[in-house]
Write a protein that binds this ligand. Structure first.
Ligand SMILES: [Fe+2]
Ligand SMILES: [Fe+2]
Length: 280
């Protein structure tokens, strides 16, 4: 694997994991039939539902990028540099998940193009977190670290049951979302250190907003509330602790607490269903 690339962003350094999509999973990748024979039908069905949401929510990064770019006069050069790298990665995730979705569920690229083109991206319901660059960075930290733990669970419950290409896609998603979290912390500390006292109340506001939203509005941010039943009730509180610790504002949760987020299972099951009614 290539070493992590460091990219200068004004005075700081942003990180990017330079993995090659075509080397991980090809456009026409096919999964050997024995994998499908081994996976319980209900697990396979849930993986397909999960992918049907995740593939498009990764692509929604373009809508958020376009929205922020339209306000670029308000933003720092460091944040705009972060966004460029972030969009490259998120669109790579979109393409990686399209390839995964196709070989797991048999959905064609043409059908995916049609579904994605029909999406309506709304910013108004989440405008409270889009007030300025600072609130966007705090939200990005919360969202990206939530994605790390969400994808860890997905990797364990679904991706790990398939071949090495699918597993590697899952691993790269976890690693990249972690890097996005670190980069957002770096820009926040570099550009907004005078506002650190606002971080904790804002995180509480973000968690409250995510929990109160009835839908995911297809604008990338705050898409985890819909799957909160897959996680223990303290998920958001632990995510807030991780963000605060990354910014030097508190202690990191214990390894056991963090593990509980993605290894948690209710009623002794070995996996938690995604749920057909969810859309992302
Ligand atoms: Fe992503
Ligand atoms: Fe990300």
């Amino acid at each position: 694997m290539n070493p992590m690339k460091q990219i200068s962003a004004r005075s700081g350094l942003l990180l990017q994991n330079p993995w090659n999509l075509d080397e991980v999973i090809g456009l026409d990748h096919a999964i050997a039939p024995e994998y499908f024979a081994q996976v319980p039908a209900l697990v396979l069905q849930n993986f397909r539902w999960l992918l049907a949401r995740d593939v498009y929510s990764e692509g929604d990064a373009q809508a958020l990028y376009d929205y922020i770019w339209a306000r670029k006069g308000e933003m720092s050069a460091a944040f705009l540099g972060l966004l460029r790298l972030w969009l490259q990665d998120e669109l790579k995730h979109y393409e990686a998940l399209r390839r995964t979705y196709r070989c797991i569920a048999g959905v064609s690229y043409a059908d995916m193009n049609g579904c994605f083109a029909a999406r309506v991206h709304e910013t108004q319901p989440i405008e409270r977190v889009l007030r300025d660059e600072f609130t966007m960075l705090v939200t990005l930290m919360f969202d990206e670290i939530s994605s790390v733990y969400s994808y860890r669970r997905d990797l364990r419950e679904y991706y790990a049951r398939f071949d090495s290409a699918v597993q590697r896609v899952g691993h790269h998603l976890v690693q990249d979302e972690g890097t996005h979290f670190q980069n957002a912390a770096q820009v926040l500390l570099q550009e907004h250190s005078h506002r650190l006292l606002e971080v904790e109340p804002l995180l509480q506001e973000i968690a409250h907003l995510e929990n109160s939203l009835q839908h995911y509005y297809k604008t990338f941010f705050l898409d985890h509330a819909q799957e909160k039943f897959r996680f223990p009730s303290h998920f958001s509180a632990v995510m807030i602790q991780v963000v605060l610790a990354q910014l030097g504002l508190g202690d990191r949760p214990s390894a056991a607490t963090l593990r509980s987020l993605w290894q948690w299972v209710p009623d002794g099951c070995d996996w938690v269903p995604v749920g057909a009614a969810l859309t992302r």
